[in-house]
Each structure stands twice: as C-alpha cells, then as structure tokens.
Design a protein around this ligand. Structure first.
Ligand code: SF4
Ligand code: SF4
Length: 505
C-alpha cells in the first residue's frame, strides 16, 4: 500500500539540521515575554514594573470570559518594563510585553503547580489545568488547548509532519520524547472523548519514526494502527491536507474539523499538555529550530519564551549574510520579522534567515497553469489573483479564497514570480476582519433589539401595573364613598330625619 495522499503539493529541499540532540539555550539577560502568544484576546498583565517574579509565576491572565492563554515567567527576576513591541504571531503584529531582567533564572520552583495523575484526573480538571498552565497550540495559530479539547471528538490526529524546509523541531521532539507523546495521546484522547488517535509523521523523519515505533511497542500499541507516515511532500502538515490524507475526509470549504469530530493537535502541544498535568509545569519554553542560509549554523534548541531572536541566532553561529529576511517559521509560511529583537513566543517553531530577494517586479502571467497543479486546496490561483487585482471580492470568494491555506506552493512554481500567496493572505485577512466586524455589528444589533424589546416589555408591564393600581384606587375610593353614603343614610334613619315619615314598620 502506498503512502496516504493529498492533492497538489511540492517536493522541497529539506535543508534540515542533522537529527541530533536538543541543546538548552542559556537564558538571555532580559526576557521580552509577549502577553499575546495565542488566538483570542491578549492577556492582561498581573505584575507591576519593579516587582520580583519567580519562574512559572503568571505574568498575564486572560480577561474574564475571553478566549486566550495565560502567560508565565520562564525565569526568576525583576519586571523592568511593560511595553508594546512587535510579535512573531501571524496576523498579530504588536502586543504588550513584560520585560523580565533575569536574576535567579530557572532554579525557583515555588510557582510549579501540583502534579495531577494523567490517567485518573477527570477531563474537566485536566482542561482547567491546561488553561491555568497557558497551554496553547505550538504548531501555528496558537489556539488555547483547553478550548480546543472541550468539544467532543471521535478522532485525534497528533500532527508531527513538518513539511517546511529547515524546520525540525517536531522531529526532534518525537525522536527524544516519544514515550511522553504516547502518554499525551492517551490523555488528550480521553479529554475530548476521541475513541481513536493516530500520530502523523513524514517520510524522511527516520529517527523520529523509529523512536515512535519503539515507544508505541513499549506501550503495547500497534504501530500499524497508531502511526501514519505521510509523503515527504509540502504541505503535508497543513490541517486540511493532513485530515484528507489520514482520515480520507475532505472538509467542505468553511467547515471546521470539529464539525466532523476530528481534532488535530501538534505533537509539541500534546507533550506540553502532559507536562502541565503530570509535572505541574506552566508552558514557559519550547523547541525552536534555528537555520537557513542566513545563519552560520543550524540545530534545535529548547528556548525560554521571551528570548529575543538575536540571542538564538548567536547560539546558531551568528548571521551569515548582511541583507537577510528573518522569519518566525520556515521559508514558506513563516512570519517575516521586523528585526531580531522580536521574542520567541509559544507558536515560534523556528527562526530561519534567508537572503533578501532581488527587488525585481513580477512579470505578466503566461497562463501556464503550474500554480493550479500544486494547490493543495484545488484552487485556481491565477484566476483568484486576477479577481483580487480587479478588486472583485465576491468573485474571489466564489473562487474559494477562504479555502486557501496560504501555503505559498503557487509562488514557488510561478515562472513569472507573481507574489500570489501574499495577495491571498492579505485578502483573507481583510475578509476575516470584515466578517468579524459584521458579526460584531450583528451582535450589537441583536443587543439593541433585545434591549428595546425589554424596555417595551417593562413599559407595558409598568402601564399594566399602573392601570391595576388606578383601578384598585378607584374601586377603593368608590367603596369608601358608598360606605360613607350608607353610613349617612344609616345615621339619618337613626335620627328619624328626612321628611319625618320614617317610623316603625
Ligand atoms: S497559497 Fe493558497 S492558492 Fe496558493 S497553492 Fe497554497 S492553498 Fe493554493
Ligand atoms: S504559475 Fe504564474 S504564470 Fe503560470 S498560470 Fe499561475 S500565475 Fe500565471
């Protein structure tokens, strides 16, 4: 049987660092910890400038009722400042950061959470722990893990497919922590009620595949059932391609995996969840690959969240080029960073450096169709591009703009060097913003209508109460008047008054 397939895709050069150990990056003198490293709202700072903080101590908490993930200090130190700065999170260019001057480092354990039994702790308590420990997706969008796991699923897919060149963080994680990953799979599957789970890796991750097979065998699991090896083809790790290849399910445009009972969770997120539960560790570090032709060396490091990019670059041998493009992630989907001060966040799977592209303008489309051939979403990128150039929003939507996974495979093959995916990314961002505003406007309208209806109901109720009150008052006045009249008549009878004709019957 061949490897599971998905449509389109590309074979890209690997340039991966050789499978070796994971080095621990020393802490920098100052950590810049972003208060936004996840989907949803930024955290609100819960420390003050000048305050001493310990490792694992919360620096920011999620606003009540909002989607988000708590942020913790990776080291003991003193809060030097709380200030805005650029982030490495896709689509969220700026956020507040807590700057921690590192003093006691990672020796202080006072804020470690109490360990919980990963096998016996009820699912609700596990989700509470994941929220408390700030566990969010480490693979890309940073969706808070507790919220993702709260919906019931039938299938859990642990995604270890790193299809981008250079990036090898998940391969290193699986290679060195495969036992934890199997334990994490059981924990997460139990939490979301999934009856089945699989681990998806890529052909070419030989060391990780071997380690996964060994860990599965040690846990009494059948590799044939639990391990899926995808083709070494970009973008095998993109959620929709992965679900199609692993489960044979092609998600209709606009529908989410959750609607089909499927949960895709990055392997590093799964292990972070296990550590939050089993070891009581808030999420304060992650594995990051550093590499690319703009760096002298390459490798995988365990890096404290908030470490500036230049600190990691220094550990990787320093810059190899003068003019370069720095990306949080790989060359295909990585976010371009404005400078090397930007801090490593929970979603920063890699720090890669690339030669700055020549500033030549794109040439006209020659209608070769190559872009359509590699599109994993079965789109027609050239036509989509033409609709966007014509500012035809509805035409672009009809051509499936929102199904684009922003993989940039179409850019790679375009002989005219047209920056197709950048236009799609911007248009999708604008469309998401538009829909968000529409939802907000709709919610505001519903709130206004509900308030108006409530005020009308209250006014009607008040009018009814007033009327009843008036009726009661009138009736009692009438009753009093009648009683008085009767009383007067009674008195008159006693006096024998009136016309003097009253007498004994
Ligand atoms: S960026 Fe979008 S249009 Fe281009 S190949 Fe990827 S999914 Fe298709
Ligand atoms: S690959 Fe480039 S030149 Fe070819 S059809 Fe697509 S946009 Fe046009």
């Amino acid at each position: 049987m061949g490897l599971p397939r998905f449509p389109g895709g590309l074979s890209l050069p690997g340039w991966k660092p050789a499978a070796a150990g994971i080095a621990r990056l020393p802490l920098p003198p100052v950590l810049r910890v972003p208060l936004l490293q996840h989907a949803g709202l930024p955290c609100e700072p819960c420390v003050a400038v000048g305050e001493r903080v310990a490792r694992f101590q919360p620096l920011g908490r999620v606003p009540a009722g909002a989607l988000g993930a708590a942020v913790h200090s990776p080291a003991g130190g003193r809060v030097r400042a709380i200030e805005p700065g650029p982030t490495a999170l896709p689509g969220r260019p700026e956020a507040l950061h807590v700057l921690v001057e590192v003093e006691t480092g990672d020796t202080d354990e006072a804020w470690r959470l109490p360990p919980l039994d990963p096998l016996g702790t009820p699912a609700e308590a596990v989700l509470e722990r994941l929220a408390e420990a700030g566990v969010a997706g480490l693979g890309g969008a940073g969706f808070p893990a507790a919220d993702k796991l709260a919906a019931a699923r039938r299938l859990l897919i642990l995604n270890g497919a790193e299809c981008e060149p250079v990036v090898a963080s998940d391969a290193a994680l699986v290679q060195h922590h495969a036992g934890d990953l199997v334990q994490a799979a059981h924990l997460l599957a139990r939490c979301c009620g999934a009856g089945d789970w699989v681990l998806a890796l890529e052909a070419g991750m030989e060391a990780a595949i071997a380690a996964a097979r060994q860990a599965l065998a040690a846990a009494g699991e059948e590799a044939a059932r639990r391990l899926v090896v995808l083709p070494d083809r970009y973008p095998a790790g993109a959620e929709r391609s992965l679900i199609l290849a692993v489960a044979g399910l092609e998600l209709p445009e606009g529908e989410l995996p959750r609607q089909h009972g499927v949960l895709v969770q990055n392997v590093a997120t799964a292990v972070a969840a296990l550590r939050a539960v089993r070891d009581g560790e808030p999420l304060v570090s992650r594995l990051v690959t550093a590499g690319g032709p703009g760096l002298r060396g390459a490798g995988v490091w365990e890096v404290a969240i908030g470490t500036p990019a230049h600190w990691l670059a220094k550990a990787a041998g320093g810059w190899a080029l003068e003019a370069l493009v720095l990306r949080a992630g790989g060359p295909m989907m990585g976010t371009v960073l404005p400078d090397a001060e930007v801090a490593i966040g929970k979603t920063t799977i890699a720090l890669t450096a690339w030669p700055a592209p020549p500033a030549s303008p794109p040439r006209p489309c020659i209608r070769c169709g190559d872009c359509a051939g590699v599109c994993p979403a079965r789109l027609l990128p050239q036509q989509l591009h033409a609709r966007l150039q014509a500012r035809d929003r509805s035409g672009a939507l009809a051509l499936g703009l929102m199904a684009c996974v922003e993989c940039a495979a179409c850019d790679v093959v375009c002989p005219s060097a047209i920056p197709l995916s950048a236009g799609f990314r911007a248009a999708r961002e604008a469309e998401r913003e538009h829909r968000f505003r529409q939802r907000q406007a709709e919610a505001a309208k519903q709130r206004f209508e509900a308030r108006t209806a409530r005020l009308e109901r209250e006014a009607e109720a008040q009018a009814r109460a007033d009327a009843e009150d008036r009726t009661k008052r009138l009736s009692s006045a009438a009753a009093r008047a009648l009683a008085k009249a009767r009383a007067r008549r009674g008195d008159a009878g006693k006096d024998g008054g009136g016309d003097g004709r009253g007498g004994a019957a």
